[in-house]
Design a protein around this ligand. Structure first.
Ligand SMILES: Nc1ncnc2c1ncn2[C@@H]1O[C@H](COP(=O)(O)OP(=O)(O)OP(=O)(O)O)[C@@H](O)[C@H]1O
Length: 244
């Protein structure tokens, strides 16, 4: 198992109320899983992803990534986990505009240090080839399309060869054609390379690319369905969304 969350909670407090954004979630993620997290706006998808990726500390519960129990007080070990185990793709790409695609891509490696020039070049060439962005490496984000930007963001998330890639509404800002292309890309990453992916999405089509879908409501998991032979996974997702 690459990630285990046991009864994790994350509440937000304001002067009048408590928002139970993540409210006692249990989830086990195996290597090679591809999971969609669905739910209405405000159901807790983004908060859950950020908690699982260690970006937001949980209030209670247990989070184990690649065999390490996450302890927010142990800064060094937390940074190691983030650097080596976690890749994150955002809806709005989060590319730095004044850096080229290649520079954006290698940023995580530069930050983690200890990577020689030759290794850097090898990694960039291999990944750019896999993601079909070889021709974009010297361009700036302002010179490429939304779909191309998301491919670059994906490359940046993968450059450290992380154990798990989180994607928060990765197709939310893309038109339907670019969205389909991007989903095919991450489907192939999971299917061919065994990359573990956890993706928050509103989109039934996006969820239908995954192996299982977890449905959230008010910070709790209310339903989970898996792709099974002989049964339409997409229809099950549609029915579950309609029912809830
Ligand atoms: N930093 C924050 N401070 C206070 N409340 C927050 C914060 N972040 C999220 N929330 C609240 O927590 C709840 C869950 O939010 P979250 O963004 O995780 O949901 P979501 O399912 O991802 O929504 P969306 O689909 O609209 O992005 C919402 O009620 C939201 O208003």
């Amino acid at each position: 198992m690459i990630l285990k969350a046991a009864n994790i909670k994350k509440y937000y407090y304001n002067s009048e109320s408590v928002i139970k954004a993540v409210d006692g979630i249990n989830i086990n993620v195996e290597k090679g899983d591809f999971i969609a997290v669905m739910g209405q706006s405000g159901s807790g998808k983004s908060t859950l992803l950020k908690c699982l990726a260690t970006f937001i500390p949980i209030d209670s519960g247990e989070l184990i990534i690649d065999g390490n129990q996450i302890n927010y007080k142990n800064r060094k070990s937390l940074l190691e986990t983030r650097r080596h185990d976690i890749g994150y793709i955002f809806q709005e790409y989060n590319l730095l505009e004044h850096l080229t695609v290649e520079e954006n891509m290698i940023l995580p490696l530069i930050i983690s240090g200890n990577v020689g020039k030759a290794e850097l070049r090898d990694k960039v060439e291999k990944l750019a080839g896999e993601l079909g962005i070889e021709d974009l490496l010297n361009k700036y984000p302002g010179e490429i399309s939304g779909g191309q930007k998301q491919r670059c963001a994906c490359a940046r998330a993968l450059i450290n060869s992380p154990q798990i890639v989180f994607a928060d509404e990765p197709t939310g800002a893309l038109d339907s054609k670019s969205s389909e292309k991007f989903l095919e890309l991450i489907y192939d990453l999971n299917n061919n390379l065994g990359t573990t992916i956890i993706m928050a999405t509103h989109n039934i089509i996006a969820a239908s690319y995954t192996k299982r879908t977890v449905f959230l409501k008010d910070g709790k998991i209310i339903e989970q369905i898996s792709r099974q032979n002989g049964h339409s996974y997409k229809d099950s997702i549609v029915q579950t969304v309609a029912f809830n």
